[in-house]
Design a protein. Sequence first.
Length: 199
Amino acid sequence: MKPPASAIAAALLFITAPSAGRAATFLVHPGGENKVSFTSRAAMERFEGKTSRLEGSIVVDPATVGDSATVHFEVDLASLDTGIAKRNQHMREAHLETATYPKAVFDGVAIRPGSGALSSGKPVTLDVEGTFTLHGVAHRIQLTVVAAYKQSGKEDRIEFQTAFPVALADYRISRPQFLFLKLADVQQVRVRGVAVASP
């Protein structure tokens, strides 16, 4: 005998609905509060590039972060803006080659032992590990992430931020000779974003 449709619907709701002790999906949409920026500090020039074109997802059980988290983030590199159109063109064409490598991607994530639960409204520092891919080169990196899980009547969300260095040589990003003294060997990258619970 087939189970009634109401029983099937209830079972599906139980499987897919976020609840205590169960991983939920949080989505990062481009724009809004999301920001990715880098700072280049070279001998001849200091400048910042930034974009809000960050998107992706976090799948996590806030109560047991260390056992449940996986993430996927993508940044649209062609949208990075340094405030000067000509510099943007050089950066995209000569350095990042965005026509061939349009995105930077962070995948994975292993939460190291000692990272605990995301308590509602309380920032927590997490030690995470994942694969960062830039300019067609992938490296395993370790990050310190500050995250806060916020629950409200409208939406549950995870606010997060991190910062890490990116050495151009590690990702085979060239520095044209005429810009040699204007582009730092290491760029300081900062990420701040919001992931909202998927309905």
